[in-house]
Write a protein that binds this ligand. Structure first.
Ligand code: KG4
Ligand code: ZN
Length: 412
């Protein structure tokens, strides 16, 4: 089955074509035939965060060129066979994305119907205006090409990203690139119960699966997501968006130069007795410290680079400590055999190495995607979509909609 994956939940527009076969745990394998991604991060950096309407506009601009790129990589025919897309039929679907409609109609005058079996699109959770662009694009292609649609939960996509295995015997992948084109890959066979620690810009949650593609949330953040905390603290330190990689870089520099903080941040909800998280108090604690220090350093808002490194290091260690301690407790309580870590924050080098170190004694297998697959991409959406399609779970073109606060439990 050839699955076109489309992802527009936040600030990455991504399209890919995956060819997959078989059922999970038995004879499953897949190949990425084409993969393309356009990040808007630099654009949002000016505003210090993702602007939903700007994201929507950029997705609408990016999707057709990405699709063309993917089809070209996959060697799909570019000659037109039959009539070009009927613009009047697609217009109602793309009335809110006139630029996308123009580009798609123009695309169809140059490209015929490709050899694709279904279209998998992220329909939530995420920024609703951004999600709608992908959903409407998918509906338009589905109508034009007469192929079915599958609705994918973005968080389920992150779990699939962690299972991808392309090298023989590579269970734990701490480094690596994205999936190489055309190479046969599989998904790691796992033992259940499986626990997923999902840490991204919009979510922080612990999800238990007692069987494949069944989800039970056991804890989540009560306020800010882990990635959001990284982004906000970076902003307090005058670092650009997205803040996660910036903080991570400064913290690593602090460690390399043995620069330690002479302060500690309170580990939020470490002893709350449940699996919930909270990061907004931590951000306030950092803000107070930064404000006080800025004042001490002479009335200006300048802070030294030494101090920034201390804050970055202590903040990163604080977040890692809370995430990992609570995850280890859940592993013990639920007898977890496999831990999957996914979402943009799982690209964090320190969190990755600490997880591996602290998990080593537990006997639990750790699966973390290589950094390129940890952040948003379309491959994970196509894979989750394949398994939904395999089960016959297609989406009705009239009922499919973007759901900003979609829960993972809904996916089961
Ligand atoms: O999963 P993702 O790409 O998008 C969402 O679905 O939110 O996650 C993006 C988040 C951002 O908050 C970003 O700052 C964070 O992941 N992030 C990191 C790192 N790389 C990305 N956080 C900490 N360390 C990193 N190296
Ligand atoms: Zn994500």
């Amino acid at each position: 089955m050839k699955v076109l994956g489309i992802e527009t939940s936040c600030d990455e527009s991504a399209v890919c074509l995956v060819e997959a076969a078989g059922s999970y745990g038995a004879d499953f394998s897949f190949r990425v035939l084409g993969n393309a991604l356009a990040s808007q991060a630099a654009l949002h950096a000016e505003y210090g965060g993702v602007f939903p309407n700007l994201a929507k506009r950029e997705h609408a601009r990016a999707l057709v060129p990405l699709l063309e790129d993917v089809l070209r990589q996959a060697g799909e025919p570019t000659a037109v066979q039959g009539d070009p897309l009927d613009k009047s039929a697609l217009a109602p679907l793309l009335e809110r994305e006139p630029e996308l409609l123009e580009r798609l109609t123009e695309f169809s005058s140059r490209n015929g119907k490709p050899d694709i079996d279904c279209i998998a699109v992220t329909h939530g959770p995420g920024l609703e205006p951004a999600l709608w662009v992908g959903v409407n694009f998918a509906k338009a292609l589905s109508l034009a090409w007469g192929i079915p649609l599958v609705a994918v939960n973005h968080m389920e996509g992150h779990i699939f990203a962690s299972l991808i295995r392309c090298e023989e015997g590579a269970g734990l992948q701490l480094t690596g690139d994205s999936v190489p084109l055309s190479e046969t890959c599989i998904l790691s066979p796992v033992t259940f119960p499986l626990l997923s620690l999902l840490i991204s810009g919009g979510h922080t949650e612990l999800v238990l699966s007692r069987e494949f593609m069944r989800y039970e949330r056991i804890g989540e953040t009560r306020d800010d997501a882990a990635g959001e905390a990284f982004d906000k603290v970076a902003r307090l330190l005058g670092l650009p968006y997205p803040g996660g990689p910036e903080i991570s870089r400064l913290a690593a520099e602090a460690r390399a130069n043995s620069i330690e903080a002479d302060f500690t941040f309170t580990r939020p909800m470490l002893h709350s007795g449940d699996y919930d998280f909270s990061f907004s108090g931590l951000k306030t604690e950092v803000r107070k410290l930064v404000d006080n220090t800025a004042r001490l350093q002479g009335q200006t808002l300048e802070i030294s680079s030494q101090f920034k490194m201390q804050v970055a290091r202590e903040f990163e260690e604080c977040v890692a400590d809370v995430l990992i301690t609570k995850t280890l407790r859940a592993i013990e309580e639920f007898g977890v055999e496999t831990l999957v870590v996914g979402g943009g924050v799982s690209a964090n080098t320190y969190i990755r190495s600490e997880l591996a170190r602290r998990l080593a004694k537990s006997g639990c297998t750790l699966l973390i995607p290589p950094p390129e697959l940890a952040t948003d991409n379309a491959i994970m959406i196509a894979l989750a979509g394949y398994f939904r399609a395999y089960r016959g779970e297609f989406a009705g073109p009239d009922t499919l909609r973007a759901i900003g606060n979609l829960r993972l439990e809904n996916a089961s």
